[in-house]
Design a protein around this ligand. Sequence first.
Ligand code: GUN
Length: 291
Amino acid sequence: MKILDGKLAAQAVKEQLREAVEGLKAVGKRVPHLAAILIGDNGASATYVAAKVKACEETGFTSTLLRYETSISEAQLLEKITELNNNPSIDGILVQLPLPAHIAEEAVIKAIDPAKDVDGFHPVNLGKMVQGQPGFIPATPYGIMLLLEHFQIETAGKHAVVIGRSNIVGRPMSILLSGNNQPGNCTVTLCHSRTKELEAHCKQADIIVAALGKPEFLQASMVKEGAVVIDVGITRVKDDSKKSGFRLLGDVHFESVAPRCSWITPVPGGVGPMTIAALLKNTFQACQQRH
Ligand code: GUN
């Protein structure tokens, strides 16, 4: 069993981007600028956004963090997004999800200029991805594709099972893996909460992407010998022995599943760092297109 080390692969992506940023500076061009919006005091969201801002700094990007109280209205938030859309110094806009219940996620996503939608959640970018046209690919599935590429995992002709059909991860992942590209060319089964005989589907998979958000859901009995397992889950579980009061669990029961795998991602240090690396790549691309 080998580890799909997301930290290592993300470092390689960031190093490439750092050099590319130096290239922009050398010819007197503006460096990429990401604006991140964080609403409320969700601890996990705050941690993710802080990691994104830190990664921008490490890579030589400019970043602006905009924090608002949970009480911000949808109209106020949409107005802020319009300001960022119209601000020529901003290349990428990211609104950290989930949003408070009184704000419609769909309206917020649609308000972002598709040319600055570095999360790839806008219907225009999702449509381009479905058609195999260049655009912004959602950061987590894009990061997983970069991870498979980095470790040269063979995907063509393989059977991939994706568990979870969210707009952010599962559904785009199923489209990317089935696409006529490398990595890609998989035969894909998309499983979800209404799937019957989920275990039997998983057991046939050469590649499993677990993205359902249930800690330690995938057990050894569900995994074929030699499978590649990608764990997208990252749930905080109460743990008084930790200083933070919690520990992080993936959707895969790592201890029992790992010995059966050819490759597996750890949690943390697998998909998480790759999501950030992919976001940076999208932001660099947005900047280049706007130059
Ligand atoms: N919440 C969970 N994952 C993501 C992500 O990739 N982008 C944003 N904006 N919010 C998220």
